[in-house]
Design a protein around this ligand. Sequence first.
Ligand SMILES: NC(=O)c1ccc[n+]([C@@H]2O[C@H](COP(=O)([O-])OP(=O)(O)OC[C@H]3O[C@@H](n4cnc5c(N)ncnc54)[C@H](OP(=O)(O)O)[C@@H]3O)[C@@H](O)[C@H]2O)c1
Length: 86
Amino acid sequence: MPSYLVTGGSGQLGQCFQAVAKEFPEINLFFASRNEVDITRPETIANFYSKNPFVGIINCAAYTNVDQAENEQESALKSTLKDFKI
Ligand SMILES: NC(=O)c1ccc[n+]([C@@H]2O[C@H](COP(=O)([O-])OP(=O)(O)OC[C@H]3O[C@@H](n4cnc5c(N)ncnc54)[C@H](OP(=O)(O)O)[C@@H]3O)[C@@H](O)[C@H]2O)c1
């Protein structure tokens, strides 16, 4: 059974995937919180993968605090996954 990593698993979009996951028994979803997988820190994805291999990522993580993003532009831009490499 193929497994997929769902990043931002505790956010609104991630919770929607959690709600419908049982309707798709042919795939396995790993829901990861930011503590487990931080999309701005590729090594956390590699570490998660080493313990829980997956064939793809459903990215529900995002920097969604738009006001704070103006003060933390570097963090916000990192979360766009631009130039992302594992
Ligand atoms: N909700 C909607 O109706 C809707 C509609 C269309 C599109 N979208 C898109 O869906 C995406 C998610 O939106 P949302 O509404 O689910 O937002 P949300 O409720 O704010 O959830 C965002 C999630 O991302 C996590 N996160 C933030 N930075 C992270 C990082 N560096 N590494 C890992 N996880 C991180 C947050 O974790 P923490 O809680 O620990 O910060 C949170 O679980 C956005 O791109 C949004 O534009 C949402």
